[in-house]
Design a protein around this ligand. Structure first.
Ligand code: NAI
Length: 304
């Protein structure tokens, strides 16, 4: 992959101030890891309350670190001092990089892109954390598509080391280099991937989960599927991974894939299993304690 290497003739990006739009599950995590790296963060949501809620997540995480003896109270004060929670897009004016993590809706993202581009410096980079929308398409709603790039985190952001950098058709070298520099600055591992459905990691995860569904349809007991996955060296089996990711999310992705690609794009066994589990039995995965496996109150919080 030619794009995997950082463009050589682009000087190191001078990143001091990063905007994060959307202080939800992902945005709050991105704000935390960015502030942890010593960068200033402007965390924007639709209301100050929502932005503050995202900032509170950083408070919770750093307090956890203090309780484990890995950080001091002064670190918490400094970290929180670097995160400005606001509903004012104008606060993004001096950002070097802005990362959006708003709802996965092209219309909402297009509006956000417009609002951000109206206030940021012409040389600033805009990144989307979209998990499914092609970067090339999103960049068409941008006035500066060369400065538009995908930076795709995995959840939970504070734990997952891999970050995908997606190069859209129009993404320029400066944006690609800045994205790589940023990910290295926050001490995560960047990989540059093509703008394909599922990018890279979710294609692998999707294939693994699909094999679990197929084995189940073939009559292999769930306990054996879990055990085989683990014995093959994976941290968890494919069905418990699906429980972790959420069954309704995978069903939603399957339906969207079929709507976009056409009938036959989704394995019929997978569709049948997921609709039985989600729509008939209301089993959504670990989030409601019932997926392919049960997660009773008091069960260990993490599988690995
Ligand atoms: P979420 O629903 O937890 O958070 C979205 C936030 O965006 C909310 O706080 C909402 O108030 C805010 N928002 C919506 N419109 C806004 C606007 N116009 N201006 C400012 N803020 C606005 O969603 P989540 O899960 O954090 O996902 C965000 C993005 O990250 C999506 O594009 C999603 O596909 C992507 N993503 C999600 C992952 C996950 O595991 N949840 C993993 C990787 C990417």
């Amino acid at each position: 992959n030619k794009g995997a290497r950082r463009p050589k003739d682009v000087p190191a990006a001078n990143l001091r101030r990063v905007g994060v739009i959307g202080a939800g599950f992902m945005g709050a995590g991105v704000a935390y890891v960015t502030a942890q790296a010593g960068l200033e963060v402007v965390l924007v949501d639709q209301s100050v309350e929502a932005a503050e809620k995202g900032k509170a997540y950083a408070h919770t995480l750093i307090t956890g670190q203090i309780n484990k003896g890995r950080a001091k109270t002064a670190d918490r004060d400094a970290l929180l001092g670097r995160i400005q929670a606001t509903a004012d897009y104008g606060a993004l004016a001096d950002c070097d990089l802005v990362i959006e993590a708003v709802f996965e809706d092209p219309q909402v993202k297009a509006e956000v892109i417009q609002k951000v581009e109206a206030v940021i410096r012409p040389d600033a980079i805009f990144a989307s954390n979209t998990s499914t929308l092609p970067i090339t398409g999103l960049a068409r709603t941008s006035q500066r598509p060369a400065q538009f790039v995908g930076i795709h985190f995995f959840s939970p952001v504070e734990k997952m080391m891999l970050v995908e950098i997606i190069k859209g058709e129009a993404t320029g070298d400066a944006a690609l280099a800045a994205a790589l520099d940023y990910v290295r600055l926050i001490k995560k591992t960047p990989i540059v991937v093509n703008d394909a459905r599922g990018f890279f990691a979710n294609r692998c995860v999707g294939a693994y989960i699909l094999e679990g569904h197929k084995m189940l349809a073939e009559g292999v007991p769930p306990a054996m599927i879990e055990s085989a996955g683990r014995q093959a060296g994976m941290p968890v089996g494919p069905l418990s991974l699906n429980d972790e990711v959420a069954l309704d999310l995978v069903l939603k992705i399957a339906k969207a894939t079929e709507a976009q690609v056409g009938q036959g794009a989704v394995d019929p066994a997978q569709k049948a299993i997921l609709s039985e589990m989600v729509e008939k039995q209301g089993r959504l995965g670990r989030k409601n304690r019932k997926g392919f496996y049960d997660y009773p109150e008091g069960a260990p919080k993490r599988l690995w």
